[in-house]
Design a protein around this ligand. Sequence first.
Ligand SMILES: [Zn+2]
Ligand SMILES: [Zn+2]
Length: 292
Amino acid sequence: MNNSFNVSSASAVTLVDSHCHLDQLDLSGYAGGLSEALDAARAQGVRQFMAIATDMGHLDELVRMARQHDDVVYSAGVHPMTRLEVEYSLDEIREYIERFEPVAVGEVGLDYIVASGEQTPYVLRDVQYERFRNHLIAANEGELPVIVHTRGAKEDTLALIREYTDPAIGGVLHCFTEDIDMAREAIRHGFYISLSGIVTFHSAENVRELARQIPLDRLLIETDSPYLAPVPHRGKPNEPRHVIEVARTIANVRGISLDEVAMQTTANFYRLFRNAAPQAPQAVLDQLGNLS
Ligand SMILES: [Zn+2]
Ligand SMILES: [Zn+2]
């Protein structure tokens, strides 16, 4: 396979990849490295990339990417499954946020599926819980939205965001595959729901049902690349350019145009991540005026 793309298809759609691990992409198909992978996404209409940290140790690299690319912003946080020798204290988390000035705190959260499975060594539930809580406190103090990873941990996730997240700031439940009641409860608390390439998987009718039911003004889209490549790219490393497949599937199941999904999820992104808004294309800002 080559990764060439047709620039003439550089489309009218305006997309955001709200969650990609840019420091973990498989760039072996791109002689030009990350720049070329981002160009391939831009040619599909992707106007903004949110580079997601899974450990504070990644931040130097993410900041370097954001300096090189005007359309990259980044988060700061420790993923629930990142194994650490020593946990960051609340003060240390605060210091990282102050020093690196991310547009969001994440990805953070609870993954009780992995924690209960065979996969070892894993991060114990109570360690995840305390880590998540400390990030929520620091995010709230810094008035930053949170990017939340949540699997098999509905009650604890909702209880923590209810207690520590200001609905006026909110956050996103990313790569969401849980039930509609959880989505609704989070939305009531100022959250958005982000769908990934899982929505394209043949087996994931439950996620397509979520795509039908979640209010369009609360939806975000993401790749979570390099993981979870959507149909028709399954089995290969995922990349930000494939976010259009997520938008396409949502458009299909809702019976609306790709352009509407693209514009609305992009406007939602800038409404949630206010500190990324200076990078928003003017057309999106105009739209935001109408939508917010
Ligand atoms: Zn995640
Ligand atoms: Zn992720």
